[in-house]
Design a protein around this ligand. Structure first.
Ligand code: UDP
Ligand code: MG
Length: 309
């Protein structure tokens, strides 16, 4: 018998746990036929509601259900990593607890592994039910990312992904602290099949991602998978040096030809504020990378476990 582990990060998902379990186990018969057993790892990411109690009910009833409980909220990326470390399966799949990743397409996904793919990823083709401002910025993010990063990052990719063991081990070999899964999946490579589905709205509860959280996350993504902003800072430096040089020549020549007295402090103020703005911006970019490096060299654990069942 082989084993398929589902990793389910949960942060305040008490209303969804039971529904998720039920939906997921509908695949039992299909996988039994393939001689594959199922297990679910609920990773409780420091929930403040009854999530742990809900999971414990299932653990008592069904020994294929496991609980890993963090000491506080470490974020979904940490939960994904913990899940990978704990999962024993020959196949591993990530799924959201809110049923936005439909368990019903799991057999179809498995079919592609049988065909020889190493992993099967999903993306949603529309963003219905999402605030337009958020969709706009999300699209911008992917557009910029595609330009500045050599790692392929798909627009609308969800974390819903089924992988075989070699891919899991590859991801585990990347123990970096600043984790950006969408980039990591692309970076490790392997033969990946992309499935598309229409966006499904969350069953119960509400999204854990505020606009601000997403914005910070996008900066994590950029710094983790591209150094283009640093090159941009250097480019701005060169550009302003050249501009200043041209400007100096212009002033000298004008002085020699027309003998103009130097005048115009408003223009001077504008130039100074523009250039100091650019300088601070570029310094900020360098600072971002420095901060990430600082967090990385500290080698703090990615998550801490309070309880494991
Ligand atoms: N999640 C988590 N830790 C967090 C935020 C979210 O484990 O800090 C989990 C959450 O419980 C859910 C999944 O990550 O299972 C996706 O979160 P959510 O549905 O809020 O995101 P969205 O689908 O809106 O992008
Ligand atoms: Mg969701």
């Amino acid at each position: 018998m082989k084993l398929l582990s589902a990793i389910v990060p949960c942060y305040n998902e008490e209303e969804n746990i039971a529904d998720f379990y039920q939906e997921f186990m509908k695949n039992e018969a299909f996988f039994h036929e393939k001689e594959i057993e199922l297990e679910i790892l609920f990773i409780n990411d420091g929930s403040k509601d009854g999530t742990v109690a809900e999971v414990k009910k299932l653990v008592e009833k069904d020994k294929r259900v496991h609980l890993v409980s963090f000491s506080r909220n470490f974020g979904k990326e940490a939960a994904i990593y913990a899940g990978l470390e704990k999962a024993k399966g020959d196949y591993v799949v990530f799924m959201d607890a809110d049923l936005q990743d439909p368990p019903s397409i799991l057999p179809e996904m498995y079919g592609y592994l049988e065909q020889g793919y190493d992993s099967v990823a999903t993306r949603r083709v529309d963003r219905k039910g999402e605030p337009p401002v958020r969709s706009f910025f999300a699209r911008m993010f992917y557009k910029i990312m595609r330009k500045i990063s050599r790692t392929e990052i798909m627009d609308g990719a969800r974390d819903y992904r089924l992988m075989s063991r070699p891919v899991v081990d590859a991801i585990l070999s990347m123990p970096e602290y600043n984790r950006f899964s969408k980039g990591i999946f692309g970076w490790v490579g392997f033969e990946t099949k992309w499935l598309e589905f229409d966006n499904i709205e969350r069953k119960k509860g509400e999204t854990k991602w505020s606009f601000w959280k997403l914005f910070i996350y996008s900066i994590d993504g950029i710094t983790a998978f591209s150094t283009a902003p640093l090159a941009f800072a250097a480019f701005m430096g060169v550009f302003f040096c050249l501009a200043a040089f041209v400007f100096i020549i212009f002033i000298i020549v004008r002085k020699l030809l027309f003998g103009d007295p130097t005048s115009g402090w408003p223009s001077l103020v504008c130039i100074i504020s523009l250039i100091s703005g650019v300088q601070l911006f570029c310094l900020g970019i360098v600072g971002q990378y420095l901060a990430k490096t600082y967090m990385e060299v500290k080698r703090r654990p990615i998550y801490l476990i309070k309880e494991e069942l």
